[in-house]
Write a protein that binds this ligand. Structure first.
Ligand code: GAF
Length: 383
């Protein structure tokens, strides 16, 4: 693969040694099922052909030295003979430390290594750059310890590292799709038993991702608050998880919930149903049904879950106007900024891009970016 040589060269330049192993994990975009994963619900993401690479070389001794190509002045190093502790919040090294610490807790025997991180996946725009990094790292540490991980184990490690070292109480969707993605397919993931089912993306639909230009950050955002609200709503309804509440029960028992929690629950319960329906619509190539489901999902995120922002609502409406019933558009990911996902026929791509870069940028003063992507395979060892 042509992508590998510059990475191997960069490793040699940074560490004055040849690399021994190379891993790659994709980013992800979610087509349906937002904030359902930590409610043990359903999600429908696909892995993207935008990647994080981990290039490494085991070496004797207990020291792990890591560098990130995009942050050459901030290397990180830690000693496996000592407890692995997080650095200051926001340092990228916490992902490496977090994955290493969790793997050690789970009994993997780690050894010293040199490690370089590189990638093509934009960061902080809602495409799971952190999950992608965690998954590539877990695969690398496991391989250096002579082990292989199932996608579910890999995802569990990444999620726990994110929870404990990055301060985001995320669910498991991002790590699981980064680990398990199937080329040209979305995956219907059941976040209760972690089973997944590939659903082909119809040939006629192109996948466009639009970075809104509104920067988001899950840590420190209201993400963790939403999670607590969902858990509180489930408790008011006498259930452990909102996954166990259906639409009829919610109508019947809504009066037991404070108004705000009722809205949060309404989003999650309806979004779970929409996710199952969207998987069916995709599989049956019922694009008009998919279109309506994506529109309803965006409305629910904006009105009931309150995780959208005005520029993103504007962007989604603009895209929906262009796409009509021939595809769909909605915000994707944790919310409070980030990206919009759109599925549309090839023939509409140019117009959609022109309107985003022209009208949307002018009206909002933001700097959007349009990415044309394909659904890619999950994490792999390349060398
Ligand atoms: C973020 C989280 F990391 C996921 O677990 C998920 O909850 C998503 O937001 C919202 O669907 O990406």
């Amino acid at each position: 693969m042509r992508e590998m040589q510059p990475l191997l060269d960069a490793f040699r330049q940074h560490f004055s040694n040849p690399a021994a192993m190379l891993f790659r994990a994709p980013g992800r975009v979610n087509l349906m099922g937002e904030h359902t994963d930590y409610n043990q619900g359903f999600v429908l993401p696909c892995a993207l052909n935008l990647y994080t690479y981990v290039i490494c070389r085991p070496r004797p001794g207990p020291i792990i030295t890591c560098r990130a190509l995009v942050m050459p002045t901030q290397p990180d190093e830690f000693n496996l003979d000592q407890p692995i502790l997080p650095r200051e919040q926001g340092h990228w090294g916490n992902y490496v430390r977090g994955v290493a610490a969790v793997m050690r807790q789970r009994g993997v025997v780690l050894a010293g290594c040199e490690l370089l991180i590189a990638g093509t996946l934009p960061q902080g725009v809602g495409l799971s750059s952190s999950a992608s990094l965690e998954v590539a790292l877990a695969m690398a540490f496991a391989a250096m310890a002579g082990q292989a991980l199932t996608p579910q184990d890999n995802a569990g490690i990444g999620q726990q590292a994110e929870n404990q070292f990055a301060g985001c109480q995320c669910g498991i969707m991002d790590q699981l799709i980064c680990a398990a993605g199937v080329a040209e397919h979305a995956l219907l993931l059941d976040c209760r038993d972690l089973a997944y089912q590939p659903v082909p993306i119809p040939d006629g639909l192109a996948l466009m991702i639009i970075e809104s230009g509104v920067k988001r950050k899950l840590t420190g955002s209201e993400y963790n608050l939403r999670r607590r609200q969902c858990e509180a709503a489930a408790a008011h309804l006498g259930k452990a998880w909102l996954r166990d509440v259906d639409a009829v029960q919610l109508v019947e028992h809504r009066h037991r919930l404070p108004a705000l929690l009722a809205k949060r629950a309404a989003h999650v319960v309806s979004e779970n149903d929409r996710t199952l329906s969207a998987a069916k619509a995709l599989a049956e190539q019922d694009i008009s049904a998919l279109s309506q489901l994506m529109a309803a999902s965006h409305r629910s995120m904006a009105e009931d879950f309150e995780i959208s922002v005005p520029p993103i609502d504007f962007l989604v409406a603009l895209l929906q106007e262009i796409i009509g019933e021939h595809g769909g558009a909605r915000m994707t990911g944790g919310g409070f900024g980030g990206s919009v996902v759109a599925l549309m026929p090839q023939a509409l791509l140019a117009d959609a891009e022109a309107r985003v870069m022209g009208h949307y940028a002018q009206q909002t003063g933001l700097h959007p970016r349009v990415l044309l992507c394909t659904a890619a395979q999950g994490a792999q060892r390349l060398i």
